[in-house]
Write a protein that binds this ligand. Sequence first.
Ligand code: AMP
Length: 417
Amino acid sequence: MVHLIRGFKDILPNEVEIWQHIEKTVKMIFEDFGFSEIRLPILERTELFSRSIGEDTDIVEKEMYTFADRKGDLITLRPEATASAVRSYIQHKLYAVDPIQKFYTIGPMFRRERPQKGRYRQFYQINAEVFGVESPFIDAQLIYMLMLLFSKLSVDDISPHINSLGCLACRPKFKEALVTFLSGKTDQLCSDCKRRKDKNPLRVLDCKVSSCQEALEGAPATLDHLCDGCREHFEKVKDLLEKLKVEFVVNKRLVRGLDYYTRTTFEIQTGSLGAQSAVAGGGRYDNLVKILGGPDTPAIGFAIGLDRLVEITNLKKDVYEKRLNVFIATLGENSREMAFEWACDLGSSEMSVEIDFSNRGLKGLMKRADRLKAEYVLIVGDKELEEGSAVLRNMKTKEQVSVPVEGIVDSVRKIVL
Ligand code: AMP
């Protein structure tokens, strides 16, 4: 048989319930905070990602699924959603309707990374993006909203790590200090970073190779090189988080893997995931809308790793487990004919219902009802039908009542719901 591709996975029906519950909770909370859903394509022109994420990043250099389509145009399976959201904001001139736009989107991303626990080649992200707000209030509110979501989803052992990466005004000075620092460390850097050091030294900060991380011990930090505007902005974010009683860690070493980040940057770290400790990450990208051809518009967003979120939630199964309201067990041709219509009626009146069309006996039918976690079983035998009734069994209490055929759908509905 043909198996699935390495790093890809199926999410089976019994696993999907928790995904659906998380997605429902996300929609509820994000919409309460003024976000609207946007659905973006999975394929985009390669250029969109190389221009936004940055040519020297691991994603663009090594991880993108890029193809020439039949006409030879280079297209890429999206490795992240922010670039597409920005493209859409510009392309549809949403800024002309209202410069302030808040989007969220949930869907698959593709990166050809080395597969391991918590790291897949097709994985899912929940993204939120805010355009047109420069104020630090929104930075704090986004982090607050993330923490609220995690608490609703019973995710413990998490903490937001925050940092500021500065802006175009303060970055040159920082870059200078970094280049000076790195020039004494060339021998310790991996071959990629030897090249990046001159082309795009900031990238070295984010390299995952351990010798590079060791070489960075004592490296200058953006936080120590902020201009007045960036420092004030960051101080305000911290004040607001304190006001909102969000406990956070200032992490000077936190840089994010994409070129477009400015000012506030953050990651939600958890102790429950081993090596892949980030369950969400985000930050400001105040220059990206302009870089991609739109008006100068500040922006901020985050991405939650949905696969990882599923792995660390402590939600109890009964919170999200799907229930079958009624299982209809028919015992004979006539009863099946009749109950078939009831099943369709019940199914169209907000009840989940399963009718078994096989010829198995009552024992086998009850077994299946158990497997499907049915709350009630409606037992319909030809003999009972002749007497004008069927039996409704409560699977939890084992109580059984006789229900007249006349008006049976309404009667069952009243008992079950
Ligand atoms: P990033 O877009 O790299 O900032 O990632 C945001 C979040 O997506 C991370 O914190 C992870 O939770 C998740 N993530 C990123 N890459 C992967 C992957 N290959 N497999 C599973 N989750 C991922």
